[in-house]
Every structure is written in C-alpha cells, then in structure tokens.
Design a protein around this ligand. Structure first.
Ligand code: HEM
Ligand code: HEM
Length: 175
C-alpha cells in the first residue's frame, strides 16, 4: 500500500483520515442527540465535555485533511456511467467537508458566545457573551447535522449503487 495517493487508489494517509473521521462522527452524532435529551446532571456535563473534545479533534483533523488534499494529487474518478456522475461525486465530497466544518465551527461559536472558555488544546480562548448569536449558531449546529446525515446517506448509497448496479467495487479504492 502506498503512503500517498496514486492516480487509481487513495494512499494510507487519505485512508487514515477517512476512517478515523468516520469513527469519530459515528460516535459524535448520536452522542450529541443523546446528550441534549438528558436532564441536567453531572453525566450530562461530562458527556458534553467529551462532545466538545471530540468536536475540536474532528475540526483540527478536517483542516489538516483539507491541507493534505490541496497539497497532494487525488485519484482520478472511474469512467462515468452517466453524464454528471463525476460532478455529483465531487459535489458530495465537497458538501461533506463543508458540513463538517460548519458543524464544528458553529458548535465552537455557540460555546464562545455563551461566554464559556474553550480549550483548543494548544491554547484556551474566551470571547464576549452574546446569547442571541449563541442561539443562532446552535440552530446552525442542528441544521448542519441533519444536512450531514443526508450527505452521508447519499455517500453510502453511491457506494452501494456502484457495487449493485454498475458492478464496480469503489470501496477498494478507500480500503
Ligand atoms: C462534527 C462534530 C460534531 C457533531 C457531529 C455534533 C453533533 C451534535 C448534535 C447532533 C447535537 C444535538 C443537537 C440537538 O438535537 O439539539 C449537538 C449538540 C451540541 N454540540 Fe455538537 N457536534 C459536533 C461538534 C461540536 C463542537 C466542536 C462543539 C463545541 C466546541 C459542540 C457543541 C455542542 C453543544 C454545546 C451542544 C448542546 C449540548 C447541550 O445542550 O448540552 N459540538 N452536537
Ligand atoms: C461519517 C461518514 C463518512 C464521511 C464524512 C465520508 C467522507 C468522505 C469524503 C469527504 C470523501 C472524499 C475524499 C477525498 O477525495 O477528499 C470520501 C471518499 C470515499 N468514501 Fe467516504 N465518508 C463516510 C463514510 C463512508 C462509508 C461508510 C463508506 C463505505 C461504505 C465510504 C466510502 C468511501 C469511498 C469508497 C470513497 C472514495 C470515492 C472515490 O472513489 O472517489 N465512506 N468519503
């Protein structure tokens, strides 16, 4: 297996970014929905702390991943089976990145406008309080989470569509 991407295959670095992000998101999305349904308690506070830590990890991971993507070549798409297929795939990937960055930055801004001090691992940061903006960013946090769920579903549907109808195993490019 190659370390970096080739024309036909994702390399080890891109695969690690993809599957580590996947594992964190599979925990983080249900954790978010679960914790907001809990009554106020120590458990809820602890779970929210974990939620914020995982959230900031995925925020950094996505930014580093995008830098890596910009600096390295991406594998070429397979030959299209219908017009616009590659464009749809590109749009799906682009929208997945946008959704993850919107969720993480809106979560961060919600906490900061609540007047809380956030630990970004390398430094701590506190900003001025503004509850109106905190509420708006929290609405964005929820909407972008639903958008991410739709985009992930389409993404997985595309992999299955390739396998079942086009008889192409694109999963092997990412495993
Ligand atoms: C990709 C990463 C993230 C995902 C998938 C995610 C997902 C979620 C979800 C699904 C909810 C529940 C929304 C609801 O139904 O009300 C939630 C709540 C929340 N999220 Fe995130 N989140 C992420 C990152 C972050 C980050 C980076 C922060 C802050 C630094 C954050 C702060 C919060 C807060 C404060 C709540 C409300 C918790 C409460 O009411 O106690 N999230 N998140
Ligand atoms: C949290 C869920 C997931 C997210 C956020 C996600 C995100 C992404 C992104 C952003 C890319 C584009 C990589 C790039 O070139 O920059 C990608 C590619 C890919 N993903 Fe996922 N993914 C998820 C889950 C999955 C799952 C469950 C599968 C398998 C069923 C999968 C299979 C693939 C494959 C095969 C590719 C390469 C597509 C190609 O050949 O161009 N992904 N994914």
């Amino acid at each position: 297996m190659y370390f970096n991407n080739s024309i036909t295959q994702y390399g080890l670095v891109a695969k690690l970014f993809h599957w580590i992000s996947f594992i964190i998101l599979v925990i983080q999305i249900p954790l978010g929905f679960y914790l907001v349904r809990l009554d106020f308690s120590d458990t809820r506070i602890t779970l929210e702390e974990y939620h914020v830590i995982f959230g900031i990890i995925i925020f950094y991971l996505t930014i580093i991943r995008l830098f890596y993507k910009l600096l390295s070549k991406s594998p070429k798409f397979l030959n299209s089976s219908f017009i616009g297929q590659n464009l749809i795939a590109k749009l799906n990937h682009f929208a997945l990145y946008v959704a993850i960055l919107t969720i993480t930055s809106s979560g961060i801004l919600k906490k900061l406008y609540n007047g809380e001090t956030l630990n970004f691992f390398l430094f701590k940061f506190k900003y001025k309080m503004n509850f109106d903006l905190a509420d708006k960013f929290y609405d964005l946090h929820i909407i972008s989470n639903y958008a991410l769920i739709v985009l992930i579903s389409l993404h997985i549907f595309a992999v299955l569509f390739h396998k079942i109808f086009l008889k192409e195993n694109i999963l092997k490019r990412m495993t």
